[in-house]
Design a protein around this ligand. Structure first.
Ligand code: UD1
Length: 417
């Protein structure tokens, strides 16, 4: 099994180019299933989760050609509607094929993704909302077996809770529903706006009518298009933290600063200096880091996917901080590992209490989930001496070339088999 060795502590300096967004690529790849022809996608990140989604699409009959900076998906003979447990179990985002398969074929058998280390993560909102569009389903041996005997029929749905995945699944499905679908209390993460842009460019009719309400008028088919996926705002946020944390200075390029206003605001409050340009920002860390009381929330609030990284930064603050995790019930797995490096964080329910003034000590560490893993890399960058991070396959699910990108800006980091 591969591991990362990090020799801290170095100030990071230079430029990091941000890859395409994982969480925009996954729903857009799923949405390509609506097509009976060809779709070209650019700027997909080169990470494991995207490979998994591509394998899943291939298992459903899509023919996929990879060229240097793009992939071409040919669905001329895409006819299968069965997504197996083996593929779905490794990535929760796979459930996003359910909506488009039902929209296109009126039936689908998709493995239920089950829980994961950061919480139970049910799919009840996806299923109940699809049933309002006319889908009948049952769960049999871990599989969702769903049909839409009369096809999907547009209606008004109010999500009981804001869910990124359920909003995406329903928007995609409703594109082929008869008549008009109105979805209320939608998630409005930038990745969902990217999905909507993609769908509209492909000839769908999806309009935001108020902040969390979207109106979708069904169409019969989608067009062949070329689409460029947005940048990964969580990757950008992670490297912003790396600059602030190491008292370094990083220019983070290929982004849209407007989309990461919350992260910019938080980093400025913590004490980092940030210079904003059109498609990049420069983050310079200062010696003094201020503690904060923050909470995660659906966009435009602080992303739960940034919680672990910001926690590492707050460990170095001159005073106390708290973090309230409002999205997932078990997303403090990184705390135990950070404490092994000396962080002294305590948790109670969804609250984490961070005393601050911590000098991380190097350690041998275990990655537990994607964002927890990257928080360990960040902590290791500031710990004087050698840290080893095991089980980095979690990291490879979501960060393209992390050790290359970090090495280029001065980190001493290497992958060991
Ligand atoms: C997506 C992101 C993930 C991010 C999360 C929250 C992708 C591929 N993944 O995950 O990186 O951390 O949004 O921003 O884009 N819930 C239910 N029932 C449901 C669906 C969700 O109770 O049917 C709950 C979840 O358990 C969780 C909350 O709703 O507590 C939000 O989850 P959701 O927004 O759906 O997250 P994902 O789409 O799985």
């Amino acid at each position: 099994m591969q591991r990362l060795e990090v020799l801290g502590a170095n100030k990071l300096k230079g430029q990091i180019n941000i890859s395409g967004s994982k969480n925009a690529s996954l729903p857009i790849l799923a949405a390509t299933l609506l097509s009976k022809n060809k779709i070209t996608l650019k700027n997909l990140p080169k990470i494991k989760d995207i490979e998994t989604m591509i394998t899943l699409l291939e298992s459903l009959g899509s023919k996929i050609k990879k060229k240097r900076d793009k992939i071409i998906i040919d669905n001329t003979n895409q006819k299968k509607t069965f997504a197996s447990y083996n593929l779905v179990k490794t990535m929760r985002g796979s459930i996003l094929v359910l909506g488009p398969l039902l929209a296109k074929f009126k039936k689908a058998k998709v493995s239920s993704p089950g829980g994961c280390v950061i919480g139970v993560r049910p799919i009840d909102i996806h299923l109940k909302s699809l049933s309002k569009l006319g889908v009948k389903y049952k769960i049999d041996q871990g599989y969702v077996i769903a049909t839409a005997p009369k096809g999907l029929i547009g209606t008004k749905i109010r999500f009981p809770k804001i869910s990124v995945g359920a909003t995406e699944n329903l928007i995609i499905a409703a594109c082929f529903a008869k008549g008009t679908t109105t979805l209320k209390n939608c998630a409005i993460e930038p990745e969902i706006l990217d999905l909507v842009n993609f769908l509209n460019k492909a000839g769908c009719n999806v309009k935001w009518t108020s902040k969390r309400t979207v109106k979708i008028i069904g169409v019969a088919s989608i067009k062949n298009i070329n689409y460029q996926i947005m940048f990964d705002r969580i990757e950008a946020g992670t490297y912003m933290v790396a600059a602030a944390l190491t008292e370094g200075s990083l220019k983070i390029t290929n982004i849209k600063p407007d989309i990461i206003q919350t992260e910019i605001k938080i980093l400025r409050k913590i004490g980092a200096k940030i210079k904003i340009s059109k498609n990049d920002i420069k983050v310079t860390g200062r010696k003094k880091i201020k503690g904060l009381n923050i909470k995660t929330a659906p966009y435009p609030g602080l992303a739960t996917d940034m919680q672990a990284q910001i926690m590492v930064l707050l460990c170095k603050a001159n005073n106390k901080s708290t973090i309230k995790e409002n999205i997932f019930e078990n997303r403090f797995l990184h705390v135990a590992e950070l404490n092994r490096m000396g962080a002294q964080i305590s948790t109670k329910g969804n609250m984490a209490y961070i005393p601050g003034n911590i000098k991380f000590a190097p350690a041998e560490l275990m990655a537990t989930d994607l964002r927890a893993s990257v928080s360990l890399v960040l902590a290791a960058l500031t710990a004087k001496g050698k840290s080893v991070i095991n089980r980095i396959y979690h990291l490879d699910r979501g960060y393209e070339n992390i050790e290359k990108k970090l090495k280029k800006v001065g980190a001493k980091i290497r992958r060991v088999n």
